[in-house]
Every structure is written in C-alpha cells, then in structure tokens.
Write a protein that binds this ligand. Structure first.
Ligand SMILES: *[C@@H]1O[C@H](CO)[C@@H](O)[C@H](O)[C@H]1NC(C)=O
Ligand SMILES: *[C@@H]1O[C@H](CO)[C@@H](O)[C@H](O)[C@H]1NC(C)=O
Length: 352
C-alpha cells in the first residue's frame, strides 16, 4: 500500500506563491521544467499520462473525480505547519464510472471511494460528488434517487435529507449546508436545512453542468455551450470565449483560484472569472488526449482520469523527488530553472 504525504494547505500556499497556477499546471501537464518561449502554450500529449502515475484502473469510463480538500484529506491545523515532520495520510478520492453509449448518453456504473488503495462501490446509481472546503469532513453524492452523504466510519453512503430527484450534478458551498443539485431534466435547485428544503433557481435555465468556485459563485453552460456565472447579484455571460464550440467541460478549480473556475472549450483550457472575463490557462489538450474527469482541487496533488485510468500527479514528487534521487548533481540547476520559471510566470501575469 502506498502512502502519500499529507500537504498542509498553508504550506501549499507558501510553495505556490511564487509558482503560479499556470506554471503549476505546466508541470502537471508534463512540460519540461524550463520553458523557453513565453508565448508558447503547453500542448498536452499522451506522454502526460505515464503508466507510473496510474493510481487506479477502472473497467468503465471515469466521468467524475473528486478530491475533497476538507479535513477528510487535509489538516487545517496551523500548528502542524511549524512541524518539520511530514505527516503521512492516505488520500480519499471519489469517482464515478459510466459507459457512454453511441448517443453520448451515460449508463451508470457506480460511484466509488478509493481508500487505502482499495475501491469500494458506494452507490450503484451515484452520478456526481461534492465536498465542503472547510474543516468539516462532508462529502455529498448526487444519485438517481436523491442526495447521499459519505459515512467515513463505515465507508458507506447514507441517504441525506428528503430530496428524491434524479440528480446528474451536485455542488457544495465552501462552508455551511447549502448544496446545489442539477436534475436529469436540467433544473437547478438550492437545497438547505439538512437536505429538507428545496428551492428551484428559475434564473438558471437548462443547465448541462454546474461547478462552484470557492466564493460560492455558480458556473454553468446550456445548449449554446457558452459559460455563464451566477453570482449573488446576477447572471453574466462569460466574455472572450470561442463562439461555436463543439465540446465544453467545466472543471473544479484548484483552491488557489478564488473567483474563478476552469473551462475546457474544444480542448483549450480557459480560466473564467466571476466578473465575466476569461483568459487562456496556458495549456491545451491534443485531440483525443483529453481527460474524461479532472481533480486539480488540491493544486500540489492532482488527479486526472484518462482512458479508464486514474492518474496521480504529486507535484512535489515530480519536481523534487526524481531530481533528488536520480539527479542529485543537477539539483542546483533545477532550482535555477524553478527560479526562472517563477519569474516567467510573474511576467506572464503582468503581461496578461
Ligand atoms: C455503521 O454500521 C453499523 C451496522 O450497520 C451501524 O450499526 C452503525 O450505526 C454505523 N455507524 C455509523 C457511524 O453510521
Ligand atoms: C476580473 O477578475 C480578474 C480576477 O480577479 C481580474 O484579474 C480582472 O482584472 C477582472 N476584470 C475586470 C474587467 O474587472
């Protein structure tokens, strides 16, 4: 059984203060550590998915991935920051399997938890998962017959509240008990009061997918495949995106992005902001090399599903691990590269 270092969120923030999300994603995407050309976007090819990074092999397509960044996986305790000891903790990952028929429809193949290297099916008809972003351990599941909550003690799913809709998407506000559910007939509801109060959000019409940012803004797209954001004030169309895309996916953001989520538009990834603007995230996927599910939430520990496998990207191991073990002599050179990369990222930021 493999153990992974638990990464304290405060330490993570420190590490990535100089290495921005753009270059971070560059690392993940298998780009060389030194990037010479500032204007060049990183193209993600099959080499981004090396066998050594496979964490789990599934039997069906993996259509959803969730890495809870609450206390289930990450210690919020400030005191552990000063400790030099690295705490080892097994990461809990949730995923949904489905078969996709020739019309693009999903046939449920179950919602699973990956715990201590072992996958356990929690729900036959679970379709999506959402977690709090605070120091609770809450993880909710949207299923064919309503909402379930993860029971960590028994490694099972318990029915939650009174909702019995057929749910295809679920999202959770960072704290508190507000949950959003997207039903099979594409209606969005706000659920609160321990799952007993359900309120239809009439201003969101025919949403195909929903994702929340860490400021509780709701992003969605409809038949026009354009992204919209619903803030506390209003609904805005995101500007600056391609006009007639054929395929789009909303992606849960790494926690370091506050008023934004990621949006894959025909394999080009954008950061879309709650103020209605957008920008290139700096990388794109080669055709047919697009992940089927994404979990970049924890930033330094990311998971992607591709071709029925879940891949794990432990950024610190990628940057330092191999280097320390196999290329000790090059350590200085690499830290120079990281230095220049962070300078480069700042430049990118300034010119963006
Ligand atoms: C775990 O399962 C057992 C047996 O079904 C049950 O009695 C117990 O209440 C459950 N524990 C929790 C915390 O739900
Ligand atoms: C929108 O928000 C982003 C991120 O906070 C910011 O960089 C950008 O300047 C904002 N744009 C406008 C037009 O307010």
């Amino acid at each position: 059984m493999q153990k992974w270092p638990m990464i304290n969120k405060n330490i993570t923030m420190k590490i990535i203060r100089s290495i921005t999300i753009l270059s971070l994603l560059g690392f993940v995407c298998g780009a060389p550590i030194s990037i010479d050309n500032d204007d060049e976007k990183i193209l993600i090819t099959k080499s981004m998915f090396p066998k050594e990074f496979i964490k789990y092999k599934a039997e069906h397509e993996i259509v959803n991935l969730l890495l809870p960044i609450n206390s289930l996986n990450f210690d919020e305790d400030e005191s552990s920051e000063s400790s030099s000891e690295e705490t080892e903790k097994e990461i809990l990952l949730f995923f949904v399997e489905a078969d996709i028929d020739s019309n693009g429809n999903r046939v449920d193949q179950g919602l699973y938890v990956l715990k201590e290297g072992k996958a356990t099916k929690l729900l036959d008809h679970g379709r999506d998962a959402a977690a709090s972003g605070d120091d609770s351990k809450l993880v909710f599941f949207g299923a064919k017959d309503g909402i379930y909550v993860y029971n960590n003690k028994n490694n099972s799913a318990d029915k939650y509240g009174t909702v019995d809709d057929s749910i295809i998407g679920i999202a959770k506000e960072k704290t508190g008990d507000v949950i959003y559910i997207l039903t099979e007939n594409h209606e969005l509801f706000k659920v609160s009061n321990a799952g007993t109060t359900k309120e239809k959000l009439d201003d969101v019409v025919n949403a195909k997918q929903i994702v929340l940012d860490y400021s509780d803004n709701i992003y969605f797209y409809s038949d026009d495949k354009q992204a919209y954001v619903r803030t506390a004030d209003d609904i805005k169309k995101i500007e600056g995106l391609p006009e007639n895309p054929s395929s789009v996916t909303l992606i849960k953001p790494p926690f370091i992005l506050e008023n934004a989520v990621l949006f894959n538009v025909d394999n080009i990834v954008y950061i879309i902001y709650a103020n209605g603007t957008s920008e290139h995230a700096g990388f794109e996927f080669k055709p047919k090399v697009k992940p089927s599910a994404y979990a970049p939430e924890a930033a330094l520990l990311q998971y992607y599903a591709y071709d029925k496998n879940i891949y794990e990207y432990n950024i610190l191991t990628i940057i330092f691990g191999t280097v320390l073990e196999e290329l000790k002599n090059y350590l200085n050179k690499v830290s120079d590269d990281i230095q220049s990369l962070s300078t480069k990222s700042r430049k990118y930021r300034e010119s963006a």
